[in-house]
Each structure stands twice: as structure tokens, then as C-alpha cells.
Design a protein. Structure first.
Length: 465
């Protein structure tokens, strides 16, 4: 049977428990049922002791109620609840998971309960006069100020069972597991208490007000690990309470007065997790912290996931290595938004000089004087080398200039000689006169014997053309 959104039925019920003796609620799913100011999702009250209610293999999600978000049983009747999942329920007063309160003459069993993510209210799971509470798992449940415990139990029965329960990843303003005012001694065995947070008190508290001889709480084979309880204890006894701790494993056995350790005391490290088997259903699993390995993914996750990733997803493509980037301030502000952070810092060069410390301390280091002498010789050698190079360059320049001037003078003389000397030989001269024309045929030297003494015969040889 599936029951969905039946607020009117829960607000004004037309039936009462006296109409029958046996009620069987099997294989049912209740989603968004109950009334925040009225009846709970599964709600039975009153009775005359002749009624029996059997709830088996049911799921309650997003339930509501004034008391008990998932279940509210109160009255004189017996009942048995087995294999039920209560998820994300809420209530107005207290008991967001369930409130189970029977009379002193009635008995009930709650086994294989799984609950998770119920909304914050005091005493999320409140059980009074239980006979058996075992194989159950209460996880990820918050409880505000005024909460004595995430799971609060009390009973008047002498014979009762409290074993193989797990309380994991819960947050309480006071304690996680709370035993209150038992009429007889209680023995709780093989339970897990993991990764819970008690903000003001201890993880396990036994509070006994009634003065009864030899009343105690016996904790045996508990596994307690990864819990936060600040300045208080793992085990704490209040008022007249007395706790015996036998063969329990924990990473912290801090205890208050009236806590007695029996047999072996096992200290647990991160390498060992002897968790007892527990019953779990949807979203009620125990989450252990994994060994964190930081690695850079190619792309940033588009949204925040509700739970921690237990394992790295296999990558088909090779992972692009991206160096670790440390945000640091650069010397000059970037005029635009960069894609990634600057991996290194730019060193700022300071122009200010502290005149009070403006001196050379030669006594600080024995090598300072040698460094100064070596520096001077280097400067002198560099200066001499520069002077020599300058002299060589100047000499070469003067020499080349002198040679160029000499070449220019030689070229002028050659040009003068070329204007006088002719390269042609045996040139005949012709003298033309308007009266007559005469041709003189001479030898190589036409003026030969011109200046020698000779006899003048007064005869001219003239040849006419």
C-alpha cells in the first residue's frame, strides 16, 4: 500500500484504536504524510492493553507530526516494529524520527530501524519502556539545544536487549547515546558509535536518578571512533549512575568518575576499523573519512555535491597537469582579469635608502676586504684595456688617413704629365698661308742643326704644291 499526501485524514481521524485488537501494517510506503500540527504518519494512541500493532517492512519519507515525525505510539498496548526506514521527517515538538512510549505493563520491540536526515528537534528517537532495541542504524541526524541524546532510552523492564546498533555521523548539542533512569541494570553490547559530534557534553551518558541498589550500565564490545566531544568524555555517569566498560575499542577512552574499566582496553588507530555489522537502507549508510588525495581535475565541478566523493572517477583521457598556483600580489596591478592566478610574486625594488644604516661594515665578514680589493683590480684592468684599445684604434685611423693623402698627391702629378706627353709619332705639320702654301717635310727633329753655325748661301728651297 502506498499512502501519499493525506493531511486531512491525519488531521481529523475517524477511527480509534479500540475498534480492533490486531493491526498489521506491512509493506507500506508513506510519502509526505502526517500533519505538522496533528497526527504523525503512523499514529496509535491510548488502548486498554488488549491491542497489538505489527509494523513490518515500511518506508516513511518526508513525514510530519506534532510528536514523532515518522511514528508516534503512546498508550497501553504492545507493538513490534521491524525493518522500517524513516527518512527526512520533521515534527513540531520532539522526536523527529519516532516517539515510542508504552505503559509500564506494555512491551515493544524496535529492530532493524534505519533513519537519516531528519530535521533538527530535541530527542530525535525517544523510547520509553522498550524490551528490545537492536540491529538499528541512526545516522546524519541533528539535534538542537535541550537534547539529552540523539537516542534517548529508558525502561522499567528487567529483561531487555540493547545490541548491534550503530550511531554514526550525528550532531547533538549535548550527547549522542543517553540512558536515563533505568529500574534495572542494562547491558548494551556490540554497538558502533562513529564520527559523531557532541557539542557540550559526552558521547555516552548514563543518568540515574532513582535510588536502587546495584543499578548500573554495562557497555561491552563497543567500537567508538572519530567522535568529537571537546572538553568532556567518551563515557560519563551522572548523579547515581555507574558504568562498567568491558573490552571496548576506542581512539579515546576518556571517562568521568563512576566509570570502571573491566578486562581489556583496546586503543584504535586510523589503520583499523573493527566496525560491527549493521543494518542499512537508503541514505542510512555509515560514511568513513577516506584518505584524502589532492589532485587537480581538468574542469571545475559545476555545482556542489551533497556528499564527499568516496573515490576518484576513472579518467579515459589523460589528465592535464596543472601546476599548483599560489595567489600572491604582483608589483603592478593587472589591468584585466586573468584566467588563472599568478604563480609567482614579483619582487618590489625599493628606492628608499635608510641613511641610518648607510655604511659598509667590514667587520661583519672576513671576506669583505678581499672582495673589495678584487673589485678594485678588476676596475683598473678594465680601464687600462679600454685605454689601450682606444690608442690602437686612433693609430690605425691616423695611419689610414696619411696613406690616403699621399695617394691623392701622386694622382695629381700623373694627370699633369699626361697633358704634355703624346703617344703619337712622325706627325707632319702643315702651314697654310693665304698667299702660298708650303709643306715642310722634316725628320724626327725638325729643328736639327737650326742653331749650328753654317754657311749662308742665301738660297731658299721652296717647293710649290
Amino acid at each position: 500500500m502506498i499512502v501519499y499526501n493525506t493531511k486531512d485524514v491525519w488531521l481529523k481521524p475517524q477511527w480509534d484504536i479500540m475498534q480492533a485488537s490486531y493491526y498489521y501494517i506491512h509493506d507500506c510506503q508513506f510519502n509526505d504524510t502526517g500533519d505538522y500540527g496533528g497526527k504523525s504518519c503512523i499514529d496509535f494512541q491510548d488502548g486498554d492493553g488488549s491491542q497489538f500493532i505489527d509494523v513490518y517492512s515500511c518506508i516513511v519519507t518526508y513525514g510530519k507530526g506534532y510528536w514523532g515525525g515518522g511514528i508516534y505510539f503512546k498508550g497501553n498496548f504492545d507493538f513490534n516494529i521491524k525493518k522500517i526506514c524513516i527518512y527526512a521527517c520533521q515534527c513540531f515538538e520532539y522526536g523527529a524520527i519516532a516517539v515510542l512510549k508504552s505503559s509500564d505493563t506494555s512491551k515493544y520491540n524496535l529492530t532493524y530501524l534505519t533513519s537519516s536526515q531528519c530535521l533538527p528537534k530535541i530527542h530525535p528517537l525517544y523510547m520509553k519502556n522498550f524490551q528490545e532495541f537492536s540491529s538499528s542504524n541512526v545516522s546524519f541526524t541533528p539535534a538542537p539545544l535541550g537534547t539529552y541524546g540523539i537516542v534517548r532510552v529508558e525502561s522499567v523492564h528487567a529483561i531487555k536487549k540493547y545490541n548491534y546498533n550503530s550511531f554514526c555521523n550525528n550532531t547533538s548539542s549535548q550527547s549522542i547515546v543517553y540512558f536515563f533512569d533505568m529500574k534495572f541494570s542494562t547491558k548494551a553490547t556490540h554497538c558502533n558509535c562513529l564520527y559523531n559530534k557532541a557539542e557540550t557534553y559526552s558521547i555516552i551518558i548514563y543518568h540515574q536518578n532513582s535510588i536502587v541498589n546495584d543499578i548500573n550500565l554495562h557497555l561491552k564490545n563497543f567500537f567508538i571512533f572519530g567522535n568529537q566531544f571537546y572538553n568532556y568524555y567518551t563515557y560519563e555517569a551522572w548523579n547515581l549512575g555507574k558504568i562498567f566498560v568491558e573490552n571496548c575499542s576506542s581512539d579515546n577512552h576518556k571517562a568521568s568518575k563512576a566509570v570502571i574499566f573491566v578486562d581489556e582496553l583496546v586503543n584504535v588507530t586510523n589503520d583499523s576499523y573493527p566496525i560491527y555489522k549493521y543494518y542499512g537502507t537508503f541514505a542510512c549508510d555509515v560514511i568513513q573519512p577516506i584518505d584524502e588525495v589532492s589532485f587537480q581535475t581538468p574542469l571545475e565541478t559545476a555545482h556542489q555535491t551533497p556528499f564527499i566523493t568516496l573515490a576518484q572517477s576513472p579518467m579515459v583521457n589523460p589528465v592535464i597537469p596543472i601546476p599548483d598556483q599560489i595567489p600572491q600580489k604582483t608589483l603592478v596591478e593587472t589591468p584585466f582579469q586573468t584566467f588563472s592566478q599568478t604563480p609567482d610574486v614579483t619582487e618590489r625594488i625599493s628606492n628608499s635608502v635608510d641613511k641610518s644604516n648607510y655604511y659598509i661594515n667590514l667587520s661583519d665578514s672576513p671576506n669583505d676586504s678581499n672582495k673589495l680589493i678584487n673589485g678594485k683590480w678588476i676596475i683598473i684592468a678594465a680601464s687600462l684595456s679600454a685605454i689601450i684599445i682606444a690608442v690602437i684604434v686612433l693609430s690605425i685611423y691616423i695611419y689610414r688617413k696619411r696613406i690616403s693623402k699621399q695617394n691623392e698627391s701622386d694622382s695629381e702629378i700623373e694627370m699633369v704629365e699626361e697633358t704634355v706627353i703624346t703617344s703619337k709619332e712622325n706627325i707632319s705639320l702643315t702651314i697654310e698661308n693665304p698667299l702660298f702654301t708650303t709643306t715642310i717635310n722634316g725628320s724626327d727633329d725638325p729643328f736639327k742643326s737650326a742653331f749650328e753655325d753654317s754657311e749662308i748661301d742665301g738660297v731658299f728651297y721652296i717647293t710649290e704644291n
